[in-house]
Ligand binder design. Structure first.
Ligand code: GLV
Ligand code: MN
Ligand code: MN
Length: 419
């Protein structure tokens, strides 16, 4: 690691920017909700762009709305060093998920600038579009397109709950000039990608360790299920005649839980996070149910066998209840191994700085999962209180964030000075 003058990370400035961004939300504080293409999402993007411009950085946006904030290096033709995360937030979220890796990276760049460093390689902060799956039921849309793991044709046809396609949204928000096919990164655009993020789990907080270095990201998957039963009058349709879509869905939700509990792996987790019914009237038998199921494991093998178990349960339950099903595997992503050299570099950086660190697995998915297909990738975690995340009381202290930014800044300094 090259000697870098003591970096002046301005923790107060960073905290006040995190607080300001949190107020750009579809719900009042402490809740943060910023769903892709919402007014809050667009205002959040404008806020971050303004901060980047104020730092004298160059901005570019691609056709899916990924934002690239570039600090040009002395040799701009060398592959750049990338960092970044997301600012979209699921409904009823907190203010740190993703944001720490965006505003924290901006602070890291400002600190390196302030230290008079002139990086050899350019440093690029990426603000990824739709890491969260809320609008289209699929997460990491921006990074999937960057990595080329999803085709532009498939992306364009993604539909939200109202049936509006991604392509139509792009037109509405004025991004449709560019072709989605142009989003894919050329070979060797980046020499490395490092994402700073809150842990979203309890280990660092419990063990009082300030930094986690991610070696592996668990394998996520998502299922979407439409159930069609037979509706009718809640007073008139006798019980033996019923084909209630909600009850089929309820049994399936329990089968999802069982599939995780009996997978043989303590790392299998399964969640039915969306369950809507039609027509939604107290005196009407539910004729339609829509479920979205999230299933993960650190190993693809156990995740896949739990997935197959859920699919068998859906068939059996629907047959028995006379309900028809339309089940779609929305995504089945592999686990990701972070780059061992990059992991060692971060470890070494922590040792040099005297910051205790622990190697760990990320159970949450991240844009890093897809950036790992493009260039050597690793993640820096900071603790969050009780491991709470995806809820308004998500919390990391200013000191914890500052430590993460310090480690990130030194890591970027090392990577950007390499030949
Ligand atoms: C990311 O937000 C995830 O659900 O892991
Ligand atoms: Mn999240
Ligand atoms: Mn996140």
């Amino acid at each position: 690691m090259p000697q870098v003058a003591k970096l002046a990370i301005n923790g107060n400035r960073l905290q006040s920017q995190i607080d300001e961004l949190a107020l750009i939300s579809e719900n009042g504080p402490p809740v943060v909700t910023r769903i892709l293409f919402s007014e809050a999402d667009l205002r959040g993007r404008a806020f971050v762009k303004k901060l980047a411009e104020e730092a004298g950085l160059h901005l570019r946006q691609d056709a899916i709305g990924n934002i690239f904030v570039r600090w040009a290096g002395q040799n701009p033709d060398l592959p750049a060093v990338a960092t970044g995360s997301h600012i979209d937030a699921i409904p009823n979220a907190g203010k740190f998920d993703g944001v720490v890796g965006v505003l924290g990276a901006l602070e890291a760049i400002r600190a390196l600038q302030g230290a008079g460093i002139h990086p050899k390689r350019s440093i690029e902060l990426i603000i990824f579009t739709a890491e969260e799956p809320t609008r289209f039921g699929l997460g990491c849309i921006g990074s999937r397109l960057l990595a080329g793991t999803m085709s532009p044709e498939k992306a364009a046809l993604l539909k939200d709950r109202d049936g509006t396609t991604l392509e139509s949204w792009r037109t509405q928000v004025g991004w449709a000039d560019g072709d989605l096919g142009s989003v894919r990164l050329p070979q060797h655009r980046y020499s490395a990608f490092v994402e700073l993020h809150i842990e979203q789990g309890p280990l660092l907080d419990k063990e009082k360790i300030p930094i986690g270095i991610v070696e592996k990201i668990a394998a996520p998957s998502t299922l979407r299920l439409e159930l069609t039963g037979v509706g009718g009058h809640a007073g008139a349709v006798l019980m033996p005649e019923r084909h209630d879509a909600l009850l089929a869905g309820a049994e399936i939700a329990l089968a999802v839980e069982q599939a995780a509990l009996t997978s043989g792996s303590a790392d299998t987790v399964a969640t039915t996070g969306i369950f809507r019914i039609e027509p939604g009237a107290v005196n009407s038998v539910p004729c339609q149910a829509h479920l979205e199921i999230d299933l993960r494991d650190t190993q693809a093998l156990t995740r896949d066998s739990a997935l197959a178990q859920i699919e068998r349960s859906v068939r059996e339950i629907c047959r028995r209840r006379g309900v028809t099903s339309d089940l779609e595997r929305v995504a089945t992503d592999p686990p990701v191994i972070c780059d061992p050299k990059l992991v060692s570099l971060i470890d070494q950086t922590c040792s040099t700085l005297g910051v205790p660190a622990k190697r760990m697995i990320s159970r949450a998915y991240h844009d890093s999962s897809f950036m790992a297909q493009v260039c050597p990738t690793a993640m820096i975690f900071i603790p969050c209180r009780n491991g709470y995340s995806h809820r308004p009381d998500e919390y990391s202290s200013p000191e914890q964030i500052k430590t993460g930014v310090t480690v990130l800044a030194h890591t970027l300094a090392s990577l950007s000075s390499a030949d």
